[in-house]
Write a protein that binds this ligand. Structure first.
Ligand SMILES: *Cc1c(COP(=O)(O)O)cnc(C)c1O
Length: 357
């Protein structure tokens, strides 16, 4: 079977042994179950080719595969939801596509045409629609990624690449408010570096400092700027936001801060609700002062995996500062519910963010 109305046709090979009925949709653990199919496209001789959807399974790679040595690898993370009519909804997928290509450019990789990204994605959603959970808080996590595929040991941009999309049904990511530690030794990103790209290496570099924080009893880090450790950057792999003096305050995106789609959606929703928003440099001193003076209503991480994840403790210079509990009528709760209602089609999408797959 071929979706042959496309200029780059997708060859579809459906699985003969679907696994969806074996999944316990009432107890989804992040990243454990992978859906039946995956989309694959190859970049060779300067062109995208051999677009296909095949049963999810192992890739066969040379041990010399460039991505495994020099880290030319990028990814995206997005989610699909079901509305009450059992239709599959995607949230701002074009923004993921655009960001993917910005990451690709920074890592000296070819960009992926909109048609390849979007058609691969929607065909995959069509085939694996049964994998999209409908229970509250659940969704289908979508992982598009690309890596350097040359079997060549010299250091140079690869000439061939694989672009793959696979998906995984997920429940809620972090259940409890997080205890976060302000990191003032290690860094996530420096000016001129790759912090704004969703590249694999950023995650590798964050694991060791995150483990040290976990061993000290914290869930996650707050990264500070690489030069002086004065300004707040991100939290773990989320953007970070504050409700400070009744205003939504968040570090402005830069080449050290990833341009999160959750972050910018929350900024737009807050403005839509008439809340003042400040996107600027935020010093950790300002946050701690406000916390001590009771002017910090909330601090939270924002990202596709978690949506919104409030902090209960911020640790700075050896002191644990406790944040107020998140109330039902707080901004954090309201914006989380609003985003969830938008994504699941419960409320009208006045922003034009939701796309039927
Ligand atoms: C993916 C990511 C985010 C969140 O981006 P979303 O588009 O909201 O998922 C934030 N920070 C980092 C470092 C990320 O990799």
């Amino acid at each position: 079977m071929t979706a042959d109305t496309l200029s780059l046709p997708i060859d579809i090979q459906q699985t003969t042994s679907p696994r969806v009925q074996d999944v316990d949709f009432t107890n989804l653990v992040f990243g454990r179950n992978i859906s039946d199919h995956m989309f694959v496209a190859e970049y060779r001789d300067g062109q995208w080719q051999q677009l296909r959807i095949v049963p999810y399974g192992d890739l066969s790679l040379s041990p010399a595969t460039a991505a495994l040595h020099y880290g030319q690898a990028i990814f995206e993370g997005m989610k699909a939801y079901k509305n009450e009519d059992n239709e599959v909804l995607l949230f701002r997928p074009h923004d993921n596509w655009k960001r993917f290509n910005r990451s690709a450019e920074r890592m000296c990789m070819p960009t992926v045409p909109e048609e390849v990204f979007m058609n691969g994605l929607t065909e995959l959603m069509r085939l694996d629609a049964e994998w999209v959970p409908c229970a509250p808080g659940c969704s289908l996590y979508i992982r598009p990624y690309m890596f350097a595929a040359d079997a060549y040991l010299g250091v140079r941009p690869s000439e061939s690449y694989l672009f793959v999309i696979f998906t995984s049904p997920v429940g809620t990511y972090y259940a409890n408010p997080l205890k976060v530690k302000v990191e003032t030794d290690y860094i996530r990103a420096a000016a001129g570096g790759v912090g704004a790209a969703k590249c694999a290496g950023n995650y590798a570099a964050s694991l060791y400092p995150a483990r040290l924080a976990q061993q000290a009893g914290y869930d996650q880090l707050i990264w500070t700027d690489a030069r002086d450790h004065v300004f707040v950057e991100e939290s773990g792999t989320m953007n970070v936001m504050f409700m400070l003096d009744g205003k939504l305050v968040t570090p402005a995106v830069s080449d050290t801060i990833l341009d999160g789609i959750t972050r910018k959606s929350i900024v737009e929703i807050a403005r839509h609700w008439g809340i003042s928003v400040e996107e600027r440099k935020v010093s950790i001193r300002e946050v701690i002062e406000a916390l001590k003076e009771g002017r910090l209503q909330a601090a939270f991480g924002a990202g596709t995996a978690v949506v919104v994840s409030p902090f209960s403790v911020i640790a700075y210079e050896g002191v644990d500062y406790h944040l107020p509990a998140v109330e039902e009528d707080s901004f954090v709760t309201k914006v989380k519910n609003y985003l969830t209602d938008l994504r699941t089609g419960k409320i009208a999408d006045t922003f034009g963010w939701v796309l039927k797959a």
